[in-house]
Ligand binder design. Structure first.
Ligand code: GUN
Length: 294
């Protein structure tokens, strides 16, 4: 039997329709939500991600633009740009695309974004609110998008064992906290596994919900998966492929072709977590505009 596909594009289209409706309401009050992306350097993957997000934002009626800064931008110059956006009343959301050049300290840069405009949920205040269960903060978009996939895919979560492979700051760690919350769509028993975990397959085979978020191409195979489990693939990895005109192809952390025969439900990749991450970014941006215009 082949797994049910959790179609992130279709789920995202639903979320985008709701977001577009909220944009209309704001516009009827004379407010156009504004989102600015900051991209430092010319990393090809970042260029592609940012332009996709900018295009989607425009499709739902959000005024979006990208500020492109050179790879050699000094910290002080970047902070000055962030300060100007923090002070600009037309800008409701600010997203600084990761990864930053290694010369720039992530913690300093992300902490400079006004928490009220931090639609990425990367500011320490928003991360702290997530930890405390304070709903006034912004949730990071990929973990929040995964919760939406589980909700819209009608995957039961209460009492289920979720195993997250990958403890990164953007996905694994916040997702572990969110899935363990005492709340509808959560209430999971969570295991946060990682590259140093001993005997990983014996753990992942206990998962009712298995999430690959470690950034290793096609890492999770059929043998990692309990029959009937829900499998969510967060990875975006480049795999060398001489047969491809670009010289590489993009693959997830999950070996979809082998896992789909054992999983109960699975996200495709592309077309799973990625589109939902963008959908949550845009709904966070509209919420920022609603909150800032109250
Ligand atoms: N790079 C990869 N994922 C993300 C994300 O969610 N936000 C930002 N700003 N950069 C990223």
């Amino acid at each position: 039997m082949s797994a049910r596909i959790l179609d992130g594009e279709a789920f995202a289209a639903r979320t985008h329709r709701e977001t577009a409706g909220r944009v209309e309401q704001l516009k009827s009050r004379g407010i156009t939500p504004g989102l600015v992306f900051i991209r430092v350097g010319e990393d090809p993957a970042s260029r592609a991600y940012v332009s996709r997000k900018e295009k989607r934002a425009q499709e739902v009626g959000i005024a979006s633009r990208t500020l492109v800064l050179p790879e050699t931008t000094p910290l002080a110059a970047l902070l000055k740009e962030i300060d100007a956006l923090n002070a600009d009343p037309k800008v409701h959301g600010i997203l600084i695309q990761a990864p930053l050049p290694s010369t720039l300290p992530n913690d300093v840069v992300y902490a400079r974004v006004s928490p009220a405009k931090d639609v990425d949920g990367f500011h320490p205040l928003n991360f702290g609110k997530l930890l405390l269960g304070d709903p006034s903060g912004f949730l990071p978009c990929t973990p929040a998008g995964i919760l939406e996939i589980l909700r819209l895919g009608e995957i039961p979560t209460a009492g289920q064992h979720a195993v997250i492979v990958g403890r990164g700051q953007i996905v694994g760690r916040p997702l572990a906290l969110l899935l363990a919350r005492k709340a509808p769509g959560a209430d999971c028993t969570v295991t946060l596994a990682h590259s140093r975990t001993v005997n990983l397959p014996s753990l992942t085979r206990q998962a009712d919900i298995l999430i690959g978020a470690l950034g290793r191409p096609l890492f999770l195979k059929k043998d990692h998966v309990k029959p009937g489990a829900t499998v969510i693939d967060v990875g975006v990895n480049r795999l060398t492929d001489p047969a491809n005109p670009r010289g590489y192809r993009l693959v997830g952390d999950v070996d979809f072709d082998s896992v789909k025969s054992v999983a109960g439900s699975i996200t495709p990749n592309p077309g799973g977590v990625g589109p939902m991450t963008i959908a949550l970014l845009l709904s966070n941006t509209v919420r920022a505009a609603e909150d800032l215009s109250r």
